[in-house]
Design a protein around this ligand. Structure first.
Ligand code: FE2
Length: 291
């Protein structure tokens, strides 16, 4: 993934670091003069005040460095996930762009719905890997051009179970496995693998199901032309309350136009850049601005 993360972080944190070093030096010199050369001993209050004045910038700086490290680790992980996601897309008729588009749209919809922000990293990871379990589906079923028999369909549906198994031993952020395991559940309980209903389906999977179907409908595949925005919304409206969470769908319908415009003709590089900015913004909100 083309990130330039090191350069961005340098520009972002270097001025603050320089300021803190200068401020710390001035305060340390003042402390030395008071303690070693002053006529009157400093009061406990002034000592505490001085300590806070010195430590506060250092704590902020250290915390920001930790946040920067977290961002760079997250980006390294995303880069690897991008490779895996590309490999998964090569297994069937989906594309690398599909995985990036659904990741982006899922994050936007999560914001509009007010999903717990702690689930956002997991939502990204789950979106990029949602069909990782297709690796475990035999080629003669996965790549079969004609309709599947009931037995073959059951085998195909196992991709969500395979996917959950693949992620089970990995240290995934909260929500990632929920997306992978339950993105084919339906709100009325008619989905798979467990036939969960309504709130039994994790919220991250309920919202992901909406953008996954939307992107499939509005994308071209070797065997079909893409629907336009209105056609897709009309078709999906019929699944409101049965396939899709009705409350989530209503929110989605309000922002579908902007999601469509954001991703429809975007190149892979543009999609990756947008994901990078979202990740940075997510961590920036964890960055303390004051003691
Ligand atoms: Fe799937």
């Amino acid at each position: 993934m083309r990130s330039g993360i090191g350069r961005r972080l340098l520009w972002r944190y270097a001025p603050a670091a320089l300021l803190y070093v200068i401020l710390g030096s001035v305060l340390l010199e003042a402390a030395r003069r008071i303690v070693l050369e002053g006529d009157a001993p400093p009061s406990p209050f002034s000592v505490v005040l001085l300590a806070v004045a010195i430590l506060c910038p250092l704590i902020i700086f250290s915390t920001r460095q930790m946040v920067a490290l977290a961002v760079s680790l997250e980006m390294a992980q995303l880069e690897l996930l991008g490779v895996v996601s590309h490999a998964i897309a090569k297994r069937d008729d989906a594309t690398e762009e599909h995985n990036f588009r659904v990741a982006l749209m899922a994050a936007q919809l999560a914001g509009a719905i007010g999903l717990d922000r702690r689930l956002i990293p997991g939502l990204f990871v789950g979106a990029l890997l949602h069909d990782v379990g297709k690796i475990g589906v035999p080629d003669n079923i996965l790549l079969k051009p004609a309709g599947l028999s009931p037995e073959e369909r059951r085998e195909m549906e196992l991709h969500v179970v395979h996917g959950d198994g693949i992620l089970a031993d990995a240290n995934m952020p909260p929500g990632a496995r929920g997306v992978v395991h339950y993105h084919h559940e339906h709100f009325d309980g008619s989905g798979y693998p467990e036939g969960r209903k309504g709130g039994e389906i994790p919220p991250e999977a309920r919202l992901f199901a909406i953008v996954d179907v939307f992107d499939a409908m509005t994308s071209s595949r070797p065997y079909k032309q893409p629907m336009d925005l209105n056609e897709a919304l009309e078709a999906m409206e019929r699944g409101r309350g049965s396939h899709f969470d009705p409350a989530y769908f209503d929110i989605f319908a309000k922002i579908a136009g902007s999601l469509y415009a954001m991703v429809r003709n975007a190149r892979v590089d543009d999609l990756q850049e947008r994901i990078l900015r979202l990740i940075e913004n997510y961590y920036a909100t964890l960055d303390p601005r004051r003691c």
